[in-house]
Design a protein around this ligand. Structure first.
Ligand code: GLA
Length: 386
């Protein structure tokens, strides 16, 4: 990323003067899928792909937004922030600003330019990355950096839930704000307690595999899965005093599953309960450097998301199966919401190049178009670049 070129571009758009530069990462989830809205543990990390932003304060209430990725430029007033379909990507910044204003944080006009290298629609959270970018800009420009990170996380999630209308959990925003170089974040999505865990994967590399299948269906299917989990919870609540499905252990589930008469609902709940346990095991495996165990947990997680939770699809299944057929790969799974987007694989460092060549060509043969691969590192959370 050539920062000085982008600043020149900022000058062209908005004139010369002071400019501040920010960066906000994307994320991958190592394990713990579709359980952050069921009170479960998740283990995501921030990645080195992300969204850059350049910003300058204005003396009025105007927000001017431009992107180097998408031609559309938008100008809005802080006092008139509402969702407008034709504003496309600009609705994410607008949503964040709306809730920052509602929370009573300091906020004035700004000129903003953004550019991102997170592939759009790939399930690496380009939207949460942009949300936190804007929240951190407002935090640093108008609030002396004093807004607690957790508030930035929560209001970004609210922007997504209540301004954009996607009922996502808190994992993406959390990982993006709290990420640390070479560390994953173990988050309890119920209590919001968390700790960082070293990405102790020895002689292995994490390869992100983009199926290039856009996750178009994902929002409606995502909300459908949430409703199915609520249904299971309401039934099981009658028999056990719980607030969420992840308060059930795998042993207890064996006793309780008889109350879930519909197979589909039983399967969804079974995935949730077992996936939650896999996250804790994965964390132990990382802490003790047992990469093979981590790989096995990846495989179990993917199978469960395919067979019980039904959020994979032919593209994700093909890329994961092909990855697992490679000698150098000890584990692979879909990551994020599913229905397309990305999967991750644990691959022996020396074998990465061959792995990418082989998986790329077999996937292309079977699916009819090429996937993409990223071997990016695990990086820090949203911040100002000084
Ligand atoms: C999306 C949501 C997250 C989480 C994952 C699935 O990325 O934004 O909150 O639910 O799907 O694990």
């Amino acid at each position: 990323m050539d920062i000085s070129k982008s600043i020149e571009e900022f000058y062209k758009l908005y004139g010369r003067g002071e400019v501040r530069t920010f960066f906000s990462p994307g994320r991958v989830n190592l394990i713990g899928e579709h359980i952050d809205y069921n009170g479960g543990y998740v283990l995501p990390c921030a990645i080195e792909l992300g969204t850059y932003g350049w910003v300058r304060k204005r003396n009025d209430n105007k927000i001017r937004l431009a992107s180097k990725n998408i031609g559309l430029r938008v100008e809005v007033d802080i006092d008139d922030l509402k969702y407008e379909k034709e504003h496309s990507w600009a609705n994410y910044p607008k949503g964040v600003l709306y809730f920052m204003k509602e929370e009573g944080y300091g906020l004035q006009g700004m000129d903003i330019l953004v550019w991102g290298n997170i592939p759009y629609g790939a399930g690496l959270s380009s939207s949460a990355s942009l949300e936190l970018l804007i929240a951190e800009m407002v935090n640093n420009l108008f609030n002396h950096g004093n807004i607690p990170k957790m508030d930035l996380v929560k209001l970004s999630q609210r922007a997504e839930n209540d301004f954009i209308g996607v009922k996502c959990g808190i994992m993406d925003q959390f990982a993006i704000a709290m990420g640390k170089e070479n560390q994953a974040v173990l988050l309890n999505s119920h209590s919001l307690d968390f700790k960082h865990v070293n990405m102790n994967i020895g002689n292995y590399k994490m390869v992100i595999m983009n199926t290039n299948k856009r996750r178009e269906l994902s929002d409606s299917k995502y909300n459908e899965r949430r409703r199915e989990c609520e249904k299971a919870l309401n039934i099981l609540k009658v028999h056990k005093n719980i607030d969420n499905l992840c308060q059930i252990t795998t042993g207890e589930f064996e006793q309780l599953e008889k109350y879930l008469e519909e197979d589909l609902i039983k399967n969804r709940a079974r995935h949730v309960v077992h996936e939650n346990q896999r996250v804790l095991k994965a964390c132990e495996a990382l802490e003790s450097g047992d990469i093979h165990q981590l790989g096995q947990l990846f495989i179990q997680s993917h199978n469960s998301l395919r067979d019980l939770y039904e959020v994979t699809g032919i593209e994700l299944d093909t890329i994961v199966e092909t990855a697992l057929d490679q000698k150098s790969c000890i584990g692979a799974r879909m990551t994020g919401a599913g229905f397309g987007g990305c999967a991750i694989a644990l691959v022996e460092s020396e074998g990465v190049e061959d792995f990418i060549d082989n998986v790329g060509s077999i996937y292309n043969e079977k699916i009819g178009y090429k996937p993409e691969f990223y071997t990016v590192g695990i990086g820090n959370g949203t911040r100002e670049l000084l």
